[in-house]
Design a protein around this ligand. Structure first.
Ligand SMILES: Nc1ncnc2c1ncn2[C@@H]1O[C@H](COP(=O)(O)OP(=O)(O)O)[C@@H](O)[C@H]1O
Ligand SMILES: [Mg+2]
Length: 249
């Protein structure tokens, strides 16, 4: 299995150099290509910080991040900006949609940043909205749709430029559990074969959609589970609950 992301000795500290708080601590992580990786861990364990580092939105204090075998060079702002725009789609917990734009406009604005023709972008936006069941809401404003529908829109926006990697930080954290599962289902279905998903979640049921689940504590990865494609949800759930018990989750 090839990896889309590899980190070596990744470290992030906040605050003054010697007295800073270490939030990501010498982390070595390999994220498999074309799969869905779930990150779990209690609040404050460093999950969001890790995603910000992997997406290039924040810079590591030490260590390296390789994407498709190429080191992220945070000193090259132009390259980093292209990387963030073309290679990664990010879904935030609270959707971050622009309230003065309709759902469709929110998606198109992101799509028009790419080099593709507007026609292509519009067609893909339509297809993705259809896939995620929001096409009939395309002319509504974010305030006129439900939380789950806003999150579906945020997912389409993250996917519009067909990024190799889709990162999502607790995208269903504000949704009830049946809506969460629906949103997650659509995300996994809309993902094409070579796209990799990295998602932070608190919910063990959601985490079971992952091919790989990593468990973080105090800025380190302390445990992980890898599932073959044949392993059914029930089995995954059992295994995960056993793992979580170890950490008094
Ligand atoms: N910009 C920052 N400055 C200082 N401390 C931060 C900053 N961002 C995060 N932290 C701290 O890093 C730790 C991990 O935060 P975070 O990555 O948000 O955890 P999680 O997403 O797992 O809840 C927390 O203790 C948090 O207070
Ligand atoms: Mg977080």
């Amino acid at each position: 299995m090839t990896n889309i992301i590899e980190t070596k000795g990744l470290k992030k500290a906040f605050g003054p150099k010697d007295k800073g708080v270490v939030v990501i601590d010498q982390l070595n992580l390999a994220i498999p290509k074309g799969k869905c990786t779930m990150i779990m861990g209690s609040s404050g364990s460093g999950k969001s910080t890790l995603l910000y580092l992997l997406s290039g939105m924040d810079e590591p204090t030490e260590g390296t991040i390789e994407i498709d075998g190429i080191a992220l060079d945070s000193s090259n702002e132009r390259k980093m900006s292209l990387f963030r725009r073309n290679k990664v789609g990010f879904v935030f917990q609270d959707h971050n949609l622009i309230s003065s734009l309709t759902l469709k406009e929110n998606i198109l604005v992101a799509g028009y940043l790419s080099k593709e023709s507007r026609k292509m972008v519009k067609e893909r936006a339509h297809a993705l909205m259809e896939q995620l069941g929001i096409v009939s809401l395309k002319n509504r404003y974010p305030s006129e749709v439900s939380g789950g529908q806003k999150q579906r829109c945020a997912i389409v926006r993250a996917m519009i430029n067909q990024p190799d990697i889709i990162m999502a930080d607790e995208p269903t954290g504000n949704l009830n559990s049946s809506t969460s599962i629906q949103v997650l289902d659509s995300l996994i279905k809309a993902k094409h074969k070579n796209q990799s998903i990295i998602m932070v979640t608190h919910d063990p049921k959601s985490a079971c959609y992952g091919d790989l689940i990593v468990f973080m504590r105090d800025g380190k990865i302390v445990d992980s589970l890898i599932f073959g494609e044949h392993v059914v949800k029930g089995e995954r759930y059992e295994a995960l609950l056993n793992l979580l018990k170890k950490y008094s989750w």
